[in-house]
Design a protein around this ligand. Sequence first.
Ligand SMILES: [Ca+2]
Length: 440
Amino acid sequence: MNQPNIIFILADDLGFADLGCYGARESVWGPVSPHIDSLAAGGLRMTQGYANSPVCSPTRFALMTMRYQYRVRGGMEEPINSKSKGSTTLGLPPEIPTLPSLLKQAGYSTALIGKWHLGYPPAFGPLRSGYEDFYGIMAGGVDYFSHCSGKGDHDLFIGEQEHHDNGYLTDLLSHRAVGYINSKAASAKSGKPFFMSLHFTAPHWPWETRDDAEVSAKIGNLFHLDGGSIHTYHRMIQQMDEGIGWVIQSLQDNGLLDNTLIVFTSDNGGERFSDNWPLVGGKMDLTEGGIRVPWVAHWPAVIPAGSVNSQHCMTMDWSATLLDIGGGTPHPDYPLDGVSLREVLSAPDKTFERPLFWRMNHRHQRAMRDGDWKYLKVDENEYLFNLAQDERERANLSAKESVRFESMRKRYLEWERTVPSIPQDAVVSLVYSPKDMPQR
Ligand SMILES: [Ca+2]
């Protein structure tokens, strides 16, 4: 098999049940995600896949480095915020090997279209960490029309050059992705494959569809605590999905669809308008709703259509998989924590044991998933859940299964000693509190 082209599509704050293929209800405009659903139908849908973190930038550190994000100082910010502009510590150090830098060494063309959120130039940036091309935003979020960050800075770039474009950001990113595929199609067919990261900001706040330029003009704070609705939210997902449809069509038109691996996921669990059913919690939480996310993979040459599997995995496993499939080699000084899922792709009924760990500064959370079981700590409270019986994490079995609880707790603590501890100056940034909206 020739090296496939690889397209990694990342949605921002999309919840576990926000897509039709994960049980989303229809919107008032019809199905929310027909194109992503068609990728799942023609490929693989995973039911037990996770993000490395319940918040943006930590997951992106893990995605890029294929290692637990806690190994990098910037990975312990929850998340990197716009105050880090100018910082020489809060970002992805260019000397650390990344998925794109190692795929580049393996012969790939590499591009990031969309959100970076791993620190600002001149210390950091996508071009310094393995991407040959970049079109997108450096910050954690921008307005969809003005392309300004919460700080008010215009934040749309080509490479490291500020660039002004008119239009709705989701559409600009989709069009740019199609343009990239068209520009690389001939070389892809003659043996030089491409790796394109397409990191949408949708359906992250502010709550704006492509028809909401007027909302954008009047918006105060990008957190948009006085706006939005499930209808706006559905439409934002739909418009991202439409762009993914353009990407699929362009692969088809260029004769590249069969040997292109497309992976779709979200960087963390859903935010205020998201549907995480049947999971509880959301962004910033280590309950399932904060970390379990959709994972869809489509690669007609290898993945049997209609596959569904329950392999346990997190973001860094997928980037390790893409490196493996692309023929890249990890750097010996930076051994991967991520485990390749390559064998699962061609034989989705085969799964393997994969214990997973998470840690958050926010509310002193800890979590470990092993088989059907999950150990969880939130604030000073500890829990044990059997997720095969109780995905919603309501039945705390820590007393009833005290031996198992103690053993998982011990294993968590052993794992925690293998990663750096949280520094005193690590920052937790929350977007809203109970005074902004009622909690359940
Ligand atoms: Ca996010």
